[in-house]
Design a protein around this ligand. Structure first.
Ligand SMILES: [Zn+2]
Length: 154
């Protein structure tokens, strides 16, 4: 299945419609291997899966969409202790409950709206909307480049 063009590098394994009217897409990665988080080498020795990640995604026909993925883990055979690295695909941030596409959608919804408006329209908690905003600020502002905050004269 390929209708989900905004989510690259996955195959849809299962589509479920819940009683509540949500769509749950269970996907698997089609990318093999990852880079060891210690030495940076490409590694491809599978080491099971991480915990299921559940991500809110763009709605389809007015229905809330969630993507479930169990990330693949790989083991480095070069590093001492043979550390394991979890594969991350580039359409989500492992610390976010939303796909990047959904976070962007929330930001657009915020234009001329309040957090409460968006929360209601999206059937999403206040904190979840704020989370999208915070993640956006984190990406857009390079805090490392701001060395002299005292100059601003707070
Ligand atoms: Zn390594």
């Amino acid at each position: 299945m390929r209708y989900h063009s905004d989510i690259p590098d996955v195959e849809i394994e299962n589509v479920e419609l819940t009683k509540k009217g949500d769509i749950i897409l269970t996907v698997v990665s089609t990318v093999e291997g990852t880079h060891c988080h210690k030495c940076g080498r490409e590694i491809s020795k599978p080491y099971g899966h991480g915990k299921m990640i559940k991500l809110r995604h763009l709605s389809i026909l007015g229905m809330n969409v969630y993507i479930h993925i169990r990330p693949v883990r790989y083991q480095c055979t070069s590093c001492a202790g043979k550390p394991v690295t979890t594969q991350i695909l580039n359409w989500y941030n492992p610390r976010s409950p939303h796909t990047k596409a959904y976070d962007n959608h929330i930001l657009l919804e915020m234009v001329n709206s309040t957090v409460e408006d968006v929360s209601i329209k999206e059937d999403l908690g206040y904190e979840a909307v704020m989370g999208s905003l915070y993640r956006h600020i984190d990406t857009e502002v390079n805090w490392d480049g701001i060395k002299r905050l005292d100059v601003i004269g707070l």
